[in-house]
Design a protein around this ligand. Structure first.
Ligand SMILES: NC(=O)c1ccc[n+]([C@@H]2O[C@H](COP(=O)([O-])OP(=O)(O)OC[C@H]3O[C@@H](n4cnc5c(N)ncnc54)[C@H](O)[C@@H]3O)[C@@H](O)[C@H]2O)c1
Length: 252
């Protein structure tokens, strides 16, 4: 299979030790990019690096909700070269409960990681992208949202709300940077077989699968190939775009 041409590009993937993170990193590497994985645990990052093969892969412990850690990590990555692509992929599911039974602490935590964390990383990265020369673009930002952000989802109020807010953030940042040759997009996958899917009961899994007209979960590689295209210079005029990958579940 042909890979998108990402030769010479330098990318950051947050949540890089997780299911989509490793898959996205693999697709970016196949296109020739250099990739830095950010995640919470050194051990899991090292395991991801070993799985991907350490050539062109670096890893760093970064909690995306900690502003100083994000600033230091972006500064260190930028000191070694350009930042061509950011994949804002780190995220948490939170409690699987009806809204009235969820705890305010959990609700805040989900928003803090999925929305505020993504904002902190985008803020630090785009600030630097703006100072780079266009080649022909200054850079790409891809935000990992979810079909649940478009539709809402019973028992996942905080998660769905955080992913909807990420879509609004995507469109806002796209409008702010469109003339600066930065392309900002989001993807809205249906459920995939990652660690996140293992947090739910078998009944809930069956219920989620039944919502997908294609009758199956999305493969990590299917999402990763879409993200690789969104990080490539072939994706030049789709800024603000929300790319559906839900097996027909999305109604818009
Ligand atoms: N799996 C699905 O069904 C599905 C569907 C649609 C969207 N998504 C989204 O895809 C993204 C990746 O999820 P995944 O399915 O690979 O799950 P995952 O749990 O395998 O990966 C998520 C990663 O994010 C990391 N992370 C969490 N909080 C962090 C923080 N504060 N700082 C840095 N890293 C942090 C975790 O350690 C983990 O490695 C998430 O944003 C998720 O919401 C997942």
């Amino acid at each position: 299979m042909n890979a998108y041409d990402l030769a010479g590009k330098r990318a950051i993937v947050t949540g890089g030790a997780g299911g989509f993170g490793v898959g996205v990193a693999r697709a970016l590497l196949a296109g020739g990019a250099v990739v830095e994985l950010w995640d919470l645990s050194q051990d899991r990052l090292e395991a991801a690096r070993a799985e991907l093969g350490p050539d062109r892969v670096s890893a760093r412990v970064v909690d995306i909700t900690a502003e100083e850690q994000v600033e230091a990590a972006v500064a260190a990555f930028a000191a070694a070269g350009r930042i061509d692509a950011l994949v804002n992929n780190a995220g948490v599911l939170g409690e699987v409960k009806p809204l009235w039974e969820t705890s305010p602490d959990d609700f805040r935590r989900v928003l803090e990681v999925n929305l505020v964390g993504s904002y902190l990383v985008a803020r630090a990265v785009v600030g630097r992208m703006l100072r780079q020369q266009p080649r022909p673009l200054r850079g790409h930002v891809v935000n990992m949202s979810s079909i649940q952000g478009k539709e809402g989802m019973p028992l996942a109020g905080a998660y769905a709300a955080s992913k909807a807010a990420l879509l609004a953030l995507t469109k806002t940042l796209a409008k702010e940077t469109a003339r600066e040759k930065i392309v900002v997009t989001a993807v809205t996958p249906a459920a995939a077989e990652t660690a996140m899917a293992k947090l739910i009961s078998s009944e809930r899994r069956a219920e989620i699968e039944a919502r997908i007209p294609a009758g199956r979960f999305v493969e990590v590689d299917e999402v990763a190939r879409l993200v690789a295209w969104l990080c490539s210079d072939d994706c030049s005029f789709s800024t603000g775009g929300v790319f559906d990958i839900s097996g027909g579940r999305a109604t818009y």
